[in-house]
Write a protein that binds this ligand. Sequence first.
Ligand code: SAM
Length: 271
Amino acid sequence: MYSFLDRSFAFHQQDDSSHKSIAPQWLESLPLVTEADDLANYQGYFAYQQVAGEDALSFFAQLDKQWVSISVDLVGGQVAYRRQQGGGRKQHIAKACGLKSNRNPTVLDATGGLGRDAAELRNLGCELRVVERSPYVASLLQDAISRAQANPETNQLFSQGFELHHGQAIDLIEQLSAEQQPDIIYLDPMFPPRNKSAAVKKEMRLVKRLVGEDPDADNLLPVALANAAKRVVVKRPSYAPYLNQQKPSMSIESKGNRFDVYLMTRFSNGN
Ligand SMILES: C[S@@+](CC[C@H](N)C(=O)[O-])C[C@H]1O[C@@H](n2cnc3c(N)ncnc32)[C@H](O)[C@@H]1O
């Protein structure tokens, strides 16, 4: 059974009316720390900080003896660039998911993480059910979804057709009714990075602090194959072996990544 109990994080309750100071629902069990000096006793902490003029839930930890932080942004930055100028349905992720201009498939993103891929698929017109089991990562993502819902530019995208569930994806997938069966199940479990670019390195290192390694990732594939209506798409670094060592119907190479596509015509009981 995967456990989060070995992590020692806190919530920094700031005595400062310019920031939110109440821990979000999934972080309620964290110790509340009011004195900034006491935060060094923890492996990391959550607090609200101003990012692009808004209070964003952020995770802080020390990397190489420096405090650094991450928060999720589904409105600005790279996500905005992709939303406004992105390669549309010619993108690798769109090809891997088989997106056609006349159809908007339903996607279950079983490994939500910081929501980048889910936001991209939503921008491309898919309806998303996103699952994330880490209460830490799910809290960062939920906070970003709330900010995106409050923003007029992204309200429609994230208020309808985009749901986050905090929990174990395998359980959730197995409990779906026939009507809830998604067209596509999308998987992107953790895999040790080779990319040494400073930004990726920082983000990946912080996410790894939060969730560890996903040692049970192989278990996701058989459940996904048994429950997707049309295809399962697995994102892997180019150098990674196939998930569960199972050869896909096809692979689409992207920059540094590979999308392994399992078509249900081949994998569902020979239909
Ligand atoms: C590499 S990250 C995903 C990144 C994501 N695709 C993005 O664009 O931000 C993998 C995430 O999947 C989550 N995860 C792994 N296995 C899971 C499972 N069985 N159920 C739910 N979440 C899972 C981990 O907690 C981690 O946050």
